[in-house]
Ligand binder design. Structure first.
Ligand SMILES: NC(=O)c1ccc[n+]([C@@H]2O[C@H](COP(=O)([O-])OP(=O)(O)OC[C@H]3O[C@@H](n4cnc5c(N)ncnc54)[C@H](O)[C@@H]3O)[C@@H](O)[C@H]2O)c1
Ligand SMILES: [Zn+2]
Length: 376
């Protein structure tokens, strides 16, 4: 049984922050905050759902330590990762008299982490933030790396800032209350990490898929520690996403296009799951990815209840156009990350991790990938 796990993430300029993973650690959040983000006053920001489930418990943890704290909540849902919510939360902090000697505690999923992180990045030109992720996606992915931001009508995450947390506190027990589809969507990011970097983790996930889908505390804690240590390493190596960090986009080039086409009907992890299947199949067609890799991906996705064929009604032209519209595409070309096999990403002859594809190549590859019946 994994009791406690502490990882460190290095930030540019010799800084670093801890990620502390421990069952029941939500009750020690005040001690963690005062150690890693000492402040005169704390503002816990949570969405309505998480505030109702865990808000009082977190406030109580601060009161027990005699620390000044307040909770401010906003309505749950991706559509509230908005300029209006950022403005409303910032104004509430001003009205409540929070000064430069305050710190923010972002308690919730990735929406809260990004929004509250961006409030912290901009409030009085920046106050510390402690990330307390409560969704699996936030634990494994969004709470680490320092990206914060909000969506606009033109697209997701178009306004934002790099603002590294002072610390990240993960209590895997809270995953028990997370809806199952949200847990599975979080597993897609773990599958991605295993696919690009860690064949052992891939095999381990296959053995523990059932426990992970149920939100088993011990398996989830181990998964978070293993995935986060990979992300921490990559972010430290390539903070500005020059080359290596782009491997984290495996499954996301197609995934983002599906998300844009399906809107909020599709969870991010579900779109990434479909994206990994399609990109693996594209890699096989190009002769970059070992034959049979797509089948391996399909099998693990199925075990993690991520086998839905969300793209099945989409024509390749629609997906291609949505990919070309993405903010990461340049001059009518998209850049894709391909596996060479499970656990390893492919590089081109110059050591680049992304492969450019023009409109025609993309069209051919997508028509083959979308017409291949993954259930054969
Ligand atoms: N900053 C980054 O590097 C990064 C990386 C990946 C994703 N993201 C962002 O993360 C966001 C998605 O995050 P998400 O999937 O966590 O969505 P989310 O924050 O909306 O959480 C999903 C739902 O689960 C609920 N919830 C969260 N924890 C719960 C718990 N323990 N028990 C019960 N309900 C709980 C929330 O209230 C919400 O309704 C997107 O906006 C995405 O852009 C950011
Ligand atoms: Zn993602």
């Amino acid at each position: 049984m994994l009791e406690k796990n502490v990882l460190k993430v290095e930030t540019p300029g010799d800084g670093c922050y801890p990620i502390h993973i421990e069952s029941g650690s939500l009750d020690t959040v005040a001690v963690f905050c005062s150690r890693h983000a000492p402040a005169h006053r704390y503002c816990v920001i949570a969405d309505s759902q998480v505030a109702q489930l865990y808000g009082e418990r977190v406030l109580e943890a601060f009161r027990r330590e005699d620390i000044n704290v307040e909770l401010i909540s906003f309505p749950a849902g991706e559509w509230n990762k908005s300029c209006e919510a950022w403005s409303s939360l910032s104004n509430k902090l001003i009205s409540a008299g929070f000064g430069r000697d305050s710190a923010i505690v972002a308690l919730g999923g990735g929406v809260t982490g990004d929004l509250a992180g961006f409030v912290a990045a901009t409030y009085m030109r920046g106050v510390p933030v402690v990330q307390v992720p409560t969704s699996l996606l936030a634990m494994l992915d969004s709470s680490v790396g320092g990206k914060t931001g909000i969506d606009t009508e033109a697209g997701k995450n178009l306004i934002g800032a790099f603002h590294h947390p002072a610390g990240v506190l993960v209590d895997p027990v809270v995953l028990k209350t997370l809806p199952r589809d949200q847990r599975c969507a979080g597993l897609a990011e773990a599958i991605k990490t295993a696919a690009i970097l860690d064949e052992d983790l891939w095999d381990w996930m296959g053995v523990h898929a059932h426990e992970l889908v149920k939100g088993g505390t011990d398996a989830s804690a181990q998964l978070v520690a293993r995935v986060v240590s990979h992300k921490a390493h990559i972010v430290a190596e390539d903070p500005a996403e020059q080359n290596l960090r782009s491997i984290l986009n495996f499954g996301h080039t197609v995934g983002h296009a599906l998300e844009a086409l399906e809107g909020y009907k599709l969870l991010h992890g579900e779109a990434v799951a479909a994206g990994m299947r399609i990109e693996a199949s594209m890699g096989e067609s190009l002769g970059i990815t070992k034959l049979g890799t797509t089948k391996q991906i399909e099998a693990l996705l199925e075990q993690c209840l991520l086998g839905g064929l969300w793209e099945v009604d989409r024509r390749s032209a629609e997906v291609r156009e949505a990919m070309l519209l993405d903010k990461k595409s340049l001059k009518n070309r998209v850049r894709c990350v391909f596996l060479s096999q499970i656990g390893t990403v492919a590089t081109d002859t110059e050591g680049h991790y992304t492969f450019p594809l023009d409109r025609e190549e993309l069209d051919d590859l997508l028509s083959t990938a979308l017409t291949a019946n993954p259930k054969d």
